[in-house]
Design a protein around this ligand. Structure first.
Ligand SMILES: *Cc1c(COP(=O)(O)O)cnc(C)c1O
Length: 387
């Protein structure tokens, strides 16, 4: 018999999704109006402990709104991670600014030491603004990504951002529910420690609305501006007056219905992700030239994606391992290519990216759906140990 296909990460609709979506359809509120969008915004803001939230039609559009609200524009530079999904970086360009790529630490997230070193060597403060000494650009903001649900080192990143007056945008698209349990930021959720945080509800994220996103902030001005920009910057509802260039970035009521049902299950999903992470870790970490990369301590992580690191002593290369798994009907994927190598970003500045380049060729993301069974995970383990 053919073995069953084990997907990398698929959505899980075992709660009230059908009921709430059906109610939305029956109510005929299927577009961007309706009561469920503000209800979902409130629910996410309350869950995260943020003052407010602005729903949008993707995490990418949320990051674009965040950059615009932060005042990022032409002539500015923004520090970004190189080891991430490109949607963390492109919004900087949409806003007309240039990214500067910074390497990671062993959490795979942006390394605060590298940020500090880069700024100390390449920037100086002029009239309270952080200026890049070689380009003359204003380094206005920093985008930090909480990679795979891990927590970037926020106490240190916030400290260096404060020293240089940088606005901090948290790309928490992969880290909904990840929070500090210890340390100076205990109780704080990923996405709520910088100036603006963004979540994604794409189909592969820990909860999904099909496509969707949410920007959160404690700053009322940012919240109001992001909402305004997301709704075509309409300043007069009745007479169709628009006071700046806006976007159609709103989430729909149907998607919000799905999001509310998914949010009810989030804590259960996180518990499952944590349990299956331990399952893989016990069976694979330190075995047969594999490591299961750890999540940082002092944090309750949502453990969205699991990273298998293939040691150089393994008889096979990472890509061969992915192919063998695929032949056994197990879907995995390599970590992203560095963003500084993509599109036309090679012309942008980068700093301290050696460790990111090291991980680039060695990481495989293992199946991690919230419906993954131990039986299926054991099959993944058995195939990996046989290679
Ligand atoms: C998913 C993701 C995004 C973008 O979210 P979409 O909802 O797919 O637009 C941005 N950054 C990172 C790191 C992501 O993983």
């Amino acid at each position: 018999m053919e073995p069953k296909f084990i997907p990398l990460s698929v959505p899980n609709f075992c709660g009230n999704e059908r009921n709430y979506v059906n109610d939305a359809v029956v109510s005929e509120w299927v577009s961007t109006g309706g009561s469920l969008v503000p209800k979902f915004e409130r629910a996410i803001a309350d869950y995260c402990g943020a003052k407010g939230a602005v729903a949008c039609n993707s995490g990418t559009s949320g990051l674009h709104l965040a950059a615009l609200a932060a005042g990022v524009g032409p002539g500015d530079e923004v520090l970004v991670p190189t080891l991430t999904f490109i949607a963390a970086v492109n919004p900087v360009r949409y806003a007309g600014a240039e990214p500067v790529f910074i390497g990671c630490d062993d959490s795979l997230c942006m390394d605060p030491a590298l940020v500090g070193e880069y700024l100390a060597a390449h920037a100086e403060m002029q009239d309270g603004r952080c200026v890049n000494k070689s380009t003359g650009a204003h380094i206005k903001a920093l985008v930090v990504v909480h990679v795979f649900g891990n927590m970037a080192d926020m106490p240190r990143l916030l400290e260096v951002a404060k020293q240089y007056g940088l606005i901090v945008i948290e790309d928490a698209t992969e880290a909904l529910g990840t929070r500090y349990t210890d340390g100076p930021l205990a109780g704080k959720m990923a996405g709520t420690m910088g100036d603006i945080g963004v979540y994604s509800f794409n189909g592969n994220k820990i909860i999904t609305t099909g496509a969707g996103g949410m920007a959160v902030s404690d700053n009322e001005e940012y919240l109001a501006h992001m909402k305004h920009l997301s709704t075509q910057a309409k300043s007069d509802e009745l007479n169709y007056k628009h006071d700046e260039i806006g976007y159609n970035y709103r989430l729909t009521n149907v998607q919000a219905a799905m999001g509310l049902a998914q949010l009810e299950q989030l804590e259960g999903f996180i518990a499952h992700k944590n349990e299956m992470y331990e399952f893989y870790r016990e069976r694979l970490d330190g075995k047969h030239h594999y490591r299961i990369l750890p999540f940082v301590g002092g944090v309750r992580s949502n453990k969205w994606f699991y990273s298998l690191c293939v040691e150089d002593s393994h008889p096979l290369r990472r890509d061969e391992i992915i192919q063998k798994l695929a032949a056994a009907k197990i879907q995995t994927r390599p970590i992203w290519g560095l963003i500084q190598d993509q599109a036309d970003y090679p012309k942008n500045e980068s700093y301290g990216c050696e460790l990111a380049r090291h991980y680039l060729d060695r990481i495989v993301n293992l199946p991690c759906s919230t419906s993954l069974t131990k039986e299926d995970a054991q099959r993944v383990v058995d195939v990996l140990l046989s290679l």
